[in-house]
Design a protein around this ligand. Structure first.
Ligand code: AMP
Length: 427
């Protein structure tokens, strides 16, 4: 894995000039998100979402949205499965633009949630790769099945272009054993691949690299804490471009409080509820993944709605905010200890980029660690920016994540053969 900042690396895109594009696909259980990206310039040429796949019936059918050249087209259509979703997306390119033939697709990039211990970088997809991703379904039963389905359908419909799988876990394959090992019986853990894998790796890697580029520093010289706060949320400690810890574990359930996930709980909560509330494993899975976090505490998982509730005097919403911030502070403190020195705390993703109240609350009281935010800088909007005052030893920054662009660039590297499949997969 390259840890050089982009500016110091040979340009991997020169092979085909500035004319190619990469179609990035993110297949969820009931949704397909797509973006056509220029991997050189970095801009999104067109983007869309197809939601409510598999749900039928009049106004409750699928919702299709396609944005090109600043215009958003929205339709309600029957979308019975992922195959139809991709056909509809391709139809939108034909009808509304840009025509994919004109855009010159260089590769199709698939976001895959779980690469297990097997994939530590992007890989050009062949039948064997699809089988290996499918074999990882037991580790990610909520995510990998849709990813596999998306890859299969896309390879059929876009058979002439290379397809590349880019894994959410790949960046964190570099974690030290002390960070990824759970303190449970070694034989049980080994037999069932139970360890920490980490997720949102594409975003953490991109943001850590972007911080260095924005500051004109070498990523090798920086100790950075990345806080990816979206509906899913995770933290990472990155030393010299290499992750030393991250908050998500075997699955994306561990760690920070999230929109609908609990993050860290005593595992005995599960035994307790199974024994005393008679809840099944599936009910507990749903409870912790879909009915917990901000939603479970306050009734809403969107921070814009949470703010309205807090302003209206809702105690549950205020407590949810406090729980969220408390957990984040603990991770910042823990990662400061692991890194020994923190040069940058970088906020990213939906909440991290857009909610100044969360950023201010997380950094409040951390002056002793050299961490603080300046109220005016924190309130300002924009792209990459420093929001700490001039006197702090640690820079606090907002760095918008660009996962699709990062995926697109990894696709180009994989297709160009800079990371042949054999070199990026271990076993
Ligand atoms: P993501 O998963 O990165 O797309 O983030 C989605 C989440 O970001 C939403 O559920 C909201 O909680 C949060 N979010 C998006 N826009 C804003 C905003 N303007 N202010 C506060 N939170 C926001």
């Amino acid at each position: 894995m390259s840890i050089l900042p982009e500016a110091e690396r040979p340009n991997p895109y020169s092979a085909y000039g500035a004319h190619g594009s990469v179609l990035v696909l993110n297949s969820g259980s009931s949704s397909l998100k797509y973006q056509l990206v220029n991997p050189v310039g970095g801009e999104a040429i067109a983007a869309g979402t197809i939601e409510r796949i598999g749900e039928s019936g009049g106004s409750s059918g699928g919702i299709v949205s396609h944005t090109f050249a600043g215009n958003r087209t929205r339709r309600e259509l029957e979308v019975p499965d992922h195959g139809e979703a991709l056909r509809i997306a391709l139809g939108m390119f034909d009808e509304i633009g840009p025509r994919l033939a004109d855009a010159g697709i260089y590769a199709v990039g698939h976001r895959v949630v779980h690469g297990g211990a097997e994939f530590s970088g992007p890989v050009v997809v062949d039948d064997g790769v699809v089988d290996r991703i499918e074999a990882l379904v037991p580790l990610a039963p909520l995510h990998n099945p849709a990813n596999v389905q998306g890859i299969r359908v896309a390879r059929e419909l876009l058979a002439d272009v290379p397809h590349v799988a880019v894994f959410d876990t790949a960046f964190f394959q570099q974690l030290p054993a002390a960070a990824y090992t759970y303190a449970i019986d070694r034989e049980v853990a080994a037999a069932h691949d139970v360890r920490r894998y980490g997720f949102h790796g594409t975003s953490h890697q991109y943001v850590a690299g972007k911080v260095a580029r924005v500051l004109g520093r070498r990523v090798q010289d920086l100790h950075t804490i990345v806080l990816h706060l979206g509906n899913g949320a995770s933290a990472s400690a990155v030393r010299g471009g290499v992750p030393v810890d991250t908050s998500m574990g075997l699955t994306p359930l561990e760690g920070l409080v999230m929109g609908t996930r609990s993050g860290d709980v005593d595992p005995a909560v599960v035994f307790h509820l199974a024994r005393n509330a008679g809840m099944s494993i599936d009910e507990l899975d749903t409870l912790l993944n879909k009915r917990s976090g901000m939603l479970g505490l306050s009734g809403v998982n969107d921070f814009r709605e949470l703010r309205q509730l807090i302003d209206a005097g809702d105690d549950g919403a205020a407590l949810a905010f406090d729980v969220y911030v408390h957990r984040l502070k603990k991770y910042v403190g823990a990662y400061a200890a692991l890194l020994g020195r923190v040069d940058v705390v970088a906020f990213t993703a939906g909440v991290g980029e857009n909610d100044p109240a969360v950023r201010a609350a997380v950094c409040e009281g951390l002056e002793g660690f050299g961490i603080a935010v300046d109220a005016d800088r924190n309130a300002a909007r924009g792209g990459e920016r420093i929001i700490s005052p001039d006197w702090t030893s640690t820079l606090v920054m907002v760095v918008p994540t660009q996962e699709e662009l990062a995926i697109a660039r990894q696709c180009v590297e994989a297709v160009d053969g800079r990371r042949p499949a054999a070199a990026v997969t271990a076993g």
